[in-house]
Design a binder for this molecule. Structure first.
Ligand code: UDP
Length: 461
């Protein structure tokens, strides 16, 4: 490790699992390259800093902390996410500015702020005020961000708001996306969704660079198509979790151990691993269709059901009496797993996923084919690319979540030799990108140089 500890990077993650983890992963990578790291984190979802002993954590409190408000909930399950993110931005904008101002100007030299792109201009204003350069971290893929950046065009051409009569129509300006793949989400505040997306895209454009958790081989065409405004300032240094600083960092808890023991008893490539990530929730009716589909498929399965994931229930209580006993050892239902370990296990033959970007990358990197049931936003774009472009998965539309259809899809054991081959090919390409002379390593070197070139306090000049 190079000694450059007096140079500090301040990070401002979005407080959701799928955003926080990639921020921590890039923090480890940059720390390994000699930077000290301070993480400004919202009081909402504040992590346990003892897991990250190399970093300094500071809590940002919002001003209504003591009142009963949505941000005092332990997570965002069941929330209108557009509303929730608006509340986050509004509640933490001023406290973040104050925290950043308090950080900057101490003994160390702050190189820059790395802020999650979803904070948009919230972090831009704060960085300008204290005179520090700002880079953004994008934790989704390039293709979906490209679609977000095209929102004004999509609205002009009346693709948005989505009309049911046009769902299967190709978006000719963004092939291979169809109208139903556009990255939107259900909300009571549709105009706020447009505002937030615009704010995010503009915040990326005005930044001093974009750090991207993707790799060049995977998204080369989309990266090249990206508007010239971003060119030269894009650093696709992913997949972050495969950098040496991030591997072997497994959490050994009791539940993991039990899951691994169960996986060890299954035949190679037979298990369907099922997880819809950390935010998506499903209706009770869908939950039961999934349960019966899994049971009837006769295929071994490992299913993550987050407490609160099934609307209106605590955990598994809506399953019919005797269901779990009936499945016996063939299936396992858990609250959480170490997904990286599960995907790397030889028994896992397919990943039934909501296609969150981290899950997508993690599956690709382990060569595991996917069954895609996207729920909202970028997941829909990712699913289309998984199926049509990278050819590492098949679609199981959410509106077709019926036990017979599920059973049929799960019984396709090998999901086609071609698909597995394609997966292994992408796995190889990811390692090539990460190798010493690969694109991700080169971009990382460039990124370190770029950050070091920032002259602290020179932003305003
Ligand atoms: N994850 C995990 N255990 C689980 C479910 C998810 O470790 O039981 C991790 C997964 O490895 C991934 C993240 O949670 O890194 C989910 O991020 P993703 O972008 O896939 O989806 P999101 O949760 O943001 O919708």
């Amino acid at each position: 490790m190079e000694e450059r500890k007096e140079r500090r990077i301040i990070m401002f993650p979005l407080p959701f699992q799928g955003h926080f983890h990639p921020m921590i992963q890039i923090a480890r990578i940059l720390h390994h390259h000699g930077f000290s790291i301070t993480i400004l984190h919202t009081s909402f979802n504040f992590p346990d800093p003892s897991y990250y002993p190399n970093f300094t954590f500071r809590t940002i409190y919002h001003h209504n902390e003591e009142q009963e408000d949505p941000l005092s909930k332990p997570d965002a399950s069941g929330m209108d996410l557009v509303t929730f993110i608006r509340q986050l931005r509004q509640s933490y904008a001023d406290p973040f500015r104050e925290s950043l101002a308090a950080e900057v100007g101490g003994g160390e030299t702050e190189c820059c702020l790395v802020s999650d792109v979803v904070w948009g201009r919230t972090s831009e204003v704060a960085a300008e005020e204290v005179g520090i350069r700002r880079m953004v971290l994008i934790t989704s893929g390039v293709a979906s961000f490209y679609a977000f950046a095209a929102y004004p065009l999509l609205r002009d051409k009346h693709y948005l708001p989505i009309q049911d009569s046009r769902l299967d129509e190709l978006v000719t300006e963004l092939p291979p996306l169809r109208v139903k793949d556009l990255p939107v989400m259900e909300t009571n505040e549709p105009e706020e969704l447009y505002r937030a997306v615009n704010n995010m895209v503009e915040g990326a454009k005005s930044s001093s660079g974009i750090i991207w958790n993707t790799f060049e081989d995977l998204e080369r065409t989309t990266l090249m198509n990206f508007s010239p405004e971003f060119q030269g300032l894009i650093f696709p240094v992913g997949p972050f979790h495969k950098h040496s600083e991030n591997i072997l960092l497994t959490t050994k808890n009791k539940e993991n151990h039990v899951t691994t023991e169960w996986l060890d008893k299954q035949d190679p490539q037979t298990v369907a691993y099922v997880s819809f990530g950390s935010l998506a929730d499903i209706e009770e009716k869908e939950f039961l269709e999934i349960a019966w589909g899994l049971r009837n498929s006769q295929r071994p399965f490992l299913w993550v059901v987050r407490p609160g994931m099934v609307q209106g229930t605590e955990w598994l209580e809506s399953l019919p009496c005797g269901f779990v006993e009936d499945i016996g050892h063939r299936g396992k239902i858990v609250k959480w797993v170490n997904q990286l370990e599960v995907l790397a296990h030889p028994a896992v033959g397919a990943f039934w996923t909501h296609c969150g970007w981290n899950s997508t990358l993690e599956s690709i990197c382990e060569g595991v084919p996917m069954i895609c049931t996207p729920c909202f936003t970028d997941q829909c774009v990712n699913a289309r690319y998984i199926v049509d472009v990278w050819q590492v998965g098949m679609m199981l539309d959410r509106n077709k979540l019926d036990k017979k259809e599920i059973e049929k899809v799960l019984r396709i054991k090998e999901m086609g030799e071609g698909m597995r081959e394609s997966c292994l090919n992408w796995k190889k390409r990811a390692s090539v990108c990460l190798s010493e002379h690969g694109s991700s390593s080169k971009y990382l070197e460039k990124l370190v140089g770029h950050v070091l070139s920032f002259d602290s306090y020179a932003y305003a000049s």
